[in-house]
Design a protein around this ligand. Sequence first.
Ligand code: GLY
Ligand code: MN
Ligand code: MN
Length: 439
Amino acid sequence: MITLQEYVARREAVFAQMLPNSLAVVAAADEAKRSRDTEYPFRQDSDFYYLTGFNEPEAILVLVNLGQSQQSVLFCRTKDALAEIWQGRRLGPDAAVDQLAVTQAYPIEAFATEFAGLNKGCDTLYWSHANEALTDKLQALLKVQRQTGKHAQVPSQWIDLCPMLHEMRLFKSAAEISVMQKAADISVDAHKRAMKFVQPGCYEYQLEAELKHEFAMQGARFEAYASIVAGGANACILHYTENNQILNDGDLVLIDAGCEYQGYAADITRTFPVNGCFSEAQKKVYQLVLDAQTAALAALGPGKKLTDAQDICIRVLSQGLLELGILSGSLEDIIQERDGQPPAYRQFFMHGLGHWLGLDVHDVGNYQQNGEARLLAPGMVLTVEPGLYISEQADVDDCWKGIGVRIEDNIVITDDGHRVLTAAVPKTITAIEQWMKSS
Ligand code: GLY
Ligand code: MN
Ligand code: MN
């Protein structure tokens, strides 16, 4: 669990990096309409959540840094008996001060009038450059402020808050890692459940339902992203989420699914045979992807670069594709770009090795520093997810066509290497077949 003290400490860490006489404005997510009078389940903006732990829409956090005085000011929906009968409970400004440990809280309607007072004496405004609605709102308020002459001296410098905040989010605290381990553990069990449940003739969305059931029964109501359950050649569509096909005897099924637990994502992929036994061709492709992942994992730790692990992974995959006769030529030939054409291996492995993981499944944080791939450091959490996707149209022997395999685990970089958060899902061919067979 992320404690109230940790949220306060995060805000203090932002204050410590803000320029003197500055303020930062961070907005909650908007609700998204699904159909008339109904919304998608609300998902808070990750930056806002990181700084508040507050899960309501129509809210704004303002951090004011004036010399010795630092104030966290929250604007949120007021208590409203009728609205709460229709739409659900609200925290309200009065309770927010205690529950979120902010200095002051006001009704969201008061933002426009209070903002001028809050930015008084501030030269610098931090905000999220990517949030167009917030940008427009702040520009409009400052324009009025200038024109009316009251507090006419408005902040002259705008700085994007995201680089600072996202660098903080990239390094997970002990509490965050323990929440992410829980998200991983629940997701592990969901994958194991799906492996046990699958049989020829069931639908992809029925496996999806098994995953969701396990998530919910263990306290994670939502998926971290739309689950991918892709039978046969559907696995070659990287972001396949239709999940509406029958799973056929003799095919593999690729599941890429993870729950969101207390805001944090897990992101696991396993690929396994619908009938419980890999065919010879499937075994060869699967083992190659597994070897590539094993080699990549061995190259990940503090002081290492994700790009170096990716190069190693590409070499293993490319060498294997040559040995299987799926590609021909020399290893260097198929790894290198030629005449501006993508390298040959890329028709079968067209995405990156991994990405940061955290509140967002594709989490924030720079992958580069000073123009180079950054060095990994303890507390970073990332995925390691090589794959091979041989479409039905590929110019290869028929035995390989329609085989798509990805294996994805989540790791945390530690002082002396890394720890795999998702190691408990069966992964070797033998372990998968045994797990599927066992009662
Ligand atoms: N589930 C999305 C990804 O693996 O990046
Ligand atoms: Mn994934
Ligand atoms: Mn991923």
